[in-house]
Design a protein around this ligand. Structure first.
Ligand SMILES: Cc1cc2nc3c(=O)[nH]c(=O)nc-3n(C[C@H](O)[C@H](O)[C@H](O)COP(=O)(O)OP(=O)(O)OC[C@H]3O[C@@H](n4cnc5c(N)ncnc54)[C@H](O)[C@@H]3O)c2cc1C
Length: 482
């Protein structure tokens, strides 16, 4: 087999920090994935290569889909829809198909993706590798709970895995950030919907206690729930929020003009309203502009509004309306800090919001959600409790130290950081947060004994290395926390 043609490119994640160059393979056919895998394995064995990793739509925030000096397989070309069973909602698709394509094709036919993140511009492969969660995690769990099977190309061969077929490899791949192989195809169970609309309840919460109380007592009555938090407010208004919860609307729930026009009621035609054309060097988001935006956003939300129909696009993916909005943070880029802590550690959420508001960081995107139990995967991120995600501009004096401190708080509370958003976690902290690491490394060493699957994220947190494949530690010593 000859090595596939590659193109050298500088890659970053969505946060646009830490660019690195790699040889990018456009995998227009699964056979090219095989060829790239064989070439990378041979080069690693000859000590002339730096391995390979897959890349989807580049929506992970940090360095997960990068491989400095090695190969990156662009899997978005595996974009064919293979089989569809409209009676059961089971579909088999190439791993490069985007969730947006699935919505465009299947919502009008009565089927919606089981889990969607805050952007629909992610690939099925990326959704599996991060085992993504949505606003419905407390009801439906993460993405891989709805994956029936997948085809995985690894250094030791191609495997078809599922919850009942080599479950150890299946669950290590769910959330394994591409380090167990390259997914080329997956079969998903979609969920039935009658329309492309949601029935939404919106209410303002005056402070953090108020919103957490509303979520604790009320979330179970909704399939989807999320709170946007104003991270510029302090004192008695700390954590004031807009809570948005809803369910899929049935035809009969919609106003007459839609209820009598089923085609219109099921239409899914997403539009980009604007695009940020260039990167303003210093960025446009600073405490002043974000403060003004937050005030406007809070006041714009109704105090309490029940059962209002909203189209899915606005409810799930408001940010997708503006193309390349990540440029707004300027040339230095930004990062996202997302953590989860158990139910009992609600106070940690408060302390972290306090610490961040004290330094007046310009976070216009801060969302709070409740999680249900995580998936069985060794690197599963969710646990029953609270997850908070904040976008933060880089370049602020002392940000690194502050976030290291926050990591310690999260760890002490029994929580962890989400790898799909991470760009800075230290290896020891990662190990202490994810007790399943050794289980993950065991599975990985079975399918990739020489450690050919590598990424910048993997090297940074110690899941792979250029010196050979890391192996499980014989005993896991618990790290001391403050
Ligand atoms: C605005 C925004 C909102 C978001 N909201 C959420 C949210 O609510 N919930 C959530 O969970 N996430 C969220 N995310 C993160 C996003 O869902 C994940 O990072 C997802 O993995 C991105 O998919 P991608 O196709 O862009 O993959 P990439 O970012 O290109 O890659 C991500 C990882 O997947 C691996 N990968 C990609 N394709 C394959 C493949 N074919 N086989 C094996 N591995 C592969 C890569 O190696 C990498 O490790 C959000 C991101 C953005 C930008």
């Amino acid at each position: 087999m000859t090595a596939p043609r590659t193109r050298r490119a500088l890659l970053t994640g969505w946060g646009r920090t830490a660019p690195t160059a790699a040889d990018v393979v456009h995998a227009v056919h699964p056979s090219l994935v095989d060829a790239a895998m064989s070439a990378a394995v041979a080069a690693v064995a000859a000590r002339t290569g730096r391995g390979l990793v897959a890349r989807g739509m580049g929506r992970s925030y940090g360095d997960a889909a990068q491989n400095a000096g090695g190969t990156v397989v662009d899997a978005t070309w595996l974009d064919d829809i293979r089989t569809v069973d409209l009676a059961t909602g089971r579909i088999s698709v190439g791993a490069g198909v985007s969730l947006q394509t699935l919505m465009e094709r299947f919502v009008p036919l009565g089927w919606f993706v089981p889990v969607t993140p805050g952007t629909r511009l992610v690939s099925v492969g990326g959704a599996i590798a991060a085992d993504i969660h949505g606003k419905n995690h407390h009801v439906d769990g993460s993405f891989c709970s709805h994956v029936l099977s997948m085809t995985l190309v690894t250094p030791t061969g191609t495997h078809v895995v599922g919850p009942d077929a080599d479950p150890a490899l299946f669950w290590a791949t769910a959330g394994g950030m591409g380090l167990t192989g390259i997914v080329t195809e997956a079969t998903l169970q979609m969920i039935p919907v009658e329309t492309s609309y949601m029935l939404v309840d919106t209410e303002r919460a005056t402070d953090l206690d108020d919103v957490m109380d509303k979520m604790l007592t009320g979330d179970d009555a909704y399939r989807y729930s999320v709170a946007w938090i104003d991270c510029q407010s302090t004192g008695s208004r700390l954590g004031r929020s807009v809570l948005t919860r809803g369910d899929h609307a049935r035809l009969a729930d919609l106003p007459h003009r839609l209820a009598t026009d089923p085609d219109r009621a099921r239409a899914f035609v997403p539009r980009q309203l604007a695009r940020v054309p260039l990167t303003p060097p210093g960025g446009l988001l600073n405490p002043l502009t974000v403060g003004a935006f937050n005030e406007f956003w809070f006041r714009k939300a109704p105090k309490r509004q029940l059962g209002k129909p909203h189209h899915m696009t606005g409810f799930f993916h408001p940010l997708d309306g503006v193309g390349e909005w990540n440029r707004l943070y300027g040339g230095r880029g930004f990062l996202q800090y997302q953590f989860v802590v158990p139910d009992a550690a609600g106070e940690t959420v408060r302390r972290i919001i306090e610490r961040l508001t004290e330094v007046r960081l310009a976070s216009f995107l801060a969302v709070l959600k409740r999680f249900g139990p995580g998936d069985p995967g060794p690197l599963s991120f969710p646990m029953p409790g609270w997850t908070l995600a904040l976008d933060l501009p880089v370049g602020h004096d002392g940000l690194d130290r502050l976030l290291d401190d926050l990591d310690e708080e999260v760890l002490a509370a029994g929580g962890r950081i989400y790898l799909a958003k991470d760009s800075r976690l230290a290896p020891d902290t990662f190990r202490a947060m994810y007790p399943g690491v050794d289980r993950f490394l065991e599975v990985r060493s079975r399918v990739d004994p020489d450690g050919a699957l590598r990424s910048d994220l993997g090297r940074r947190i110690g899941l792979c290395s250029d010196a050979g494949a890391p192996t499980p530690r014989p005993t896991t010593k618990k790290r001391k926390t403050r």
